[in-house]
Design a protein around this ligand. Structure first.
Ligand SMILES: Nc1ncnc2c1ncn2[C@@H]1O[C@H](COP(=O)(O)OP(=O)(O)OP(=O)(O)O)[C@@H](O)[C@H]1O
Ligand SMILES: [Mg+2]
Length: 298
């Protein structure tokens, strides 16, 4: 019957429209300070696990230097965000389809300096997001390592920030430094802490408590324990086979952990109102704010 089909289409358009009042998009940034602690794998597997429980997921590779989401998933990139910024492609045209129908926005070195976009490029990018026709419930942003202006920009534009830590002093100190900058310079006060590569759940909680103790003492922030992902050789095997562990080995310890995390994300309180729409995320992303960029140049 034609009628329900039409309702669906309208729903999709409305979902991403500035004027729309329906389902807002949850924007979740995955960050860590230190490199190599598992951000990209967390982003990819959380994305596929959320898709596995029925959410429409978009995954943005903001690791604009190395752009490795496509490598982890074995996807062929034909164009990226910089082409969209230049008006050569629409956002729909550059999207890659990943496992479980996740939509991947490939990263690009050309958009590393979001603050230096011209007025026209700026408007073009916002228009590209507002014209997007694919439905999105959750946008996951995989950020690069470091505490650079780019990382700060992508993170502060998100509603939920996941800070990945592992049991290494450098990971803890870098995560703390990142949280400190985001809270003191950007006024952010809530962070989800995710312990990666742990031996067991207990170790994850210990890591969280260490992090919470130091943040409570020196910063005015609220940390939430998101959970833990075990050290899992099957995750490494999945990386080698350019697949998500949630798809290749869903019953593995890491695969199961990601599924539980996805269910948890799905229960986090939702933002309502215009700030929940995709183009508002892009507007926040492009907003220049004093303080951004000063001591941590790329
Ligand atoms: N839970 C885990 N179990 C086993 N190995 C893991 C786990 N998490 C990450 N790794 C290993 O660490 C490597 C680096 O992970 P990943 O690329 O996701 O880190 P990253 O934080 O995105 O790095 P970068 O800062 O360079 O972007 C993976 O290729 C994998 O081999
Ligand atoms: Mg990465």
């Amino acid at each position: 019957m034609p009628a329900p089909e039409r309702v669906d289409t309208m729903g999709d358009i409305e979902r991403n429209s500035a004027a729309g009042t329906s389902a807002p998009v949850r924007v979740l940034a995955v960050t860590s300070g230190k490199g190599g602690v598992g951000k990209t794998n967390v982003s990819v597997n959380l994305a596929t696990a959320l898709a596995g429980i029925g959410r429409q997921v978009m995954l943005m590779d903001a690791d604009l230097g190395l752009a490795n989401v496509d490598v982890v998933l074995g996807l062929q990139t034909k164009a990226n965000l910089s082409h969209v910024v230049r008006g050569e492609y629409s956002l729909d045209e550059i999207l890659l389809e990943g496992p479980r129908g996740i939509q991947v926005v490939p990263g690009a070195s050309g958009v590393a300096r979001m603050t230096t976009l011209s007025q026209a490029e700026h408007a073009g990018l916002i228009r590209a997001f507002s014209e997007l026709r694919v439905p999105v419930d959750v946008l996951i942003v995989d950020t690069p390592a470091g505490i650079t202006p780019g990382v700060i920009q992508f993170t502060r534009a998100a509603q939920d920030v996941v800070v990945v830590v592992c049991d290494e002093p450098a990971s803890m100190t870098d995560a703390y430094a990142l949280i400190k900058v985001l809270s003191r310079e950007q006024g952010m006060d809530r962070f989800h802490i995710l312990a990666n590569r742990v031996r067991d759940e207990r170790e994850g909680r210990i890591l969280f408590r260490k992090m919470a103790a130091v943040c409570d003492r020196f910063l005015d922030v609220i940390l939430d324990y998101f959970g833990a992902i075990p050290e899992d050789p099957l995750l490494r095997q999945a990386v080698q086979r350019q697949a998500a562990v949630t798809e290749l080995y869903p019953g593995s310890p890491a695969g199961r952990a990601f599924r539980n995390l996805a269910i948890r994300v799905d229960h986090w309180p939702r933002q309502s109102g215009p700030q929940g729409h995709l183009e508002f995320f892009v507007e926040r992303l492009l907003e220049t704010r004093s303080g951004a960029g000063a001591p941590w140049e790329d």
